[in-house]
Design a protein around this ligand. Structure first.
Ligand SMILES: *[C@@H]1O[C@H](CO)[C@@H](O)[C@H](O)[C@H]1NC(C)=O
Length: 326
């Protein structure tokens, strides 16, 4: 058979298929619609705190599904609906990596999820590049909470407590700590030792395009940021179960690992997404600076709001997911 004949056969075949499915949906329109609805591919929006959720609700962009606005699983509420006409499921994970990983795994098991957009707040570890109200879209995040805490007198690890003695450096019984990698399990592969979790390249580069002109919010309830807030790309983030208010430790992380933000969930979200082979992106609004003054509530809200704006804009840029029943 020549290739043009092949093509004709294929086109005719497709037409027949199309006609059949058209007839099927005419014959049983309700069933067809229901199947499609259940199997919708959605984006998973994973947010962290009550403030993050308030930002989403205040925006007026989220419309809950009329039939099934939410599903409760293991004490978490999975909100089903549309954000700016994009089909999403959002879940508030609460703090820390265990909560984050549980919520994301349930989300991926229970719904047909195309990928994970994760947003929340962060502490800046680098005041020169990220100040409160700014939004960071990191290239990668590291889990800096797995410590190999060394014996006194053994080889020195990366974090050597004696170097922080005050007022003079010296020896310290706490000795030193090295950062451990984590086993990343994924389908068809033996577990890999991972320290950095890079955001999905295609999503990250799409974000650098679509978010570059995004206008962030500068004031809330009469309180304004001193500078026009900006979106920062190309940095890296640190994530652990510790809330870091300590400037010396923040500086150590920034200098040693070249990370610019600290949070408590993003590595776990990244980890779970990678383990399930789903694309993901991390978006974090800086609400304070490690070691600096704690921010007033209006400013932490702006951090959440601006991170949400970036997440919403990114979601809008993702091509509409197809119906899985097609
Ligand atoms: C450190 O991170 C900054 C972005 O925050 C980047 O521009 C710079 O190249 C990095 N430096 C090294 C040594 O990786």
């Amino acid at each position: 058979m020549s290739s043009s004949v092949n093509l004709v056969v294929m086109v005719v075949g497709l037409l027949v298929l199309a006609q059949q499915s058209f007839q099927m949906s005419l014959r049983n329109p309700v069933a067809a619609t229901n199947n499609c609805k259940i199997d919708f591919t959605r984006l998973g929006l994973v947010l962290t705190s009550g403030n993050n959720e308030k930002a989403l609700q205040d925006s007026g962009l989220f419309t809950p599904d009329a039939e099934t606005p939410y599903v409760d699983i293991a004490g978490r509420r999975f909100h089903i609906g549309t954000l700016n006409a994009r089909y999403i499921v959002y879940v508030k994970i609460g703090g820390n990596s265990v909560n984050a990983a549980i919520a994301v795994q349930i989300l991926l098991n229970r719904f047909r999820i195309q990928g994970i957009i994760h947003f929340g707040s962060a502490g800046s570890l680098d005041e020169k590049s990220i100040v409160p109200g700014d939004v960071s879209v990191p290239l990668a995040v590291a889990f800096t909470g797995a410590w190999n805490w060394k014996k006194l007198g053994s080889d020195k690890g990366a974090l050597n407590f004696g170097e922080f003695n005050y007022p003079v450096n010296g020896e310290n019984l706490l000795a030193s700590v090295d950062y451990d990698t984590i086993k990343l399990f994924s389908k068809g592969q033996s577990p890999q030792d991972v320290f950095w979790f890079p955001s999905t390249t295609s999503w990250y580069s799409a974000a650098t395009q679509v978010l570059q002109d995004l206008v962030l919010r500068q004031c809330y309830h009469g309180v304004c940021l001193p500078y026009k807030p900006k979106i920062v790309f190309g940095t890296k983030g640190s994530s652990s179960d510790s809330y870091i208010k300590n400037k010396a430790y923040g500086d150590f992380l920034h200098k040693g690992l070249n990370v610019s933000t600290a949070d408590q969930e993003s590595a776990a979200v990244a980890w779970t997404s990678l383990s399930n082979e789903k694309p993901f992106i991390v978006i974090r609004g800086a609400s304070n600076v490690a070691g600096g003054a704690s921010s007033v509530s209006q400013l932490s809200y702006l951090a959440s709001y601006n991170a949400f704006l970036a997440a919403a804009k990114f979601i809008e840029s993702i091509p509409t997911p197809r119906l899985a029943c097609e």
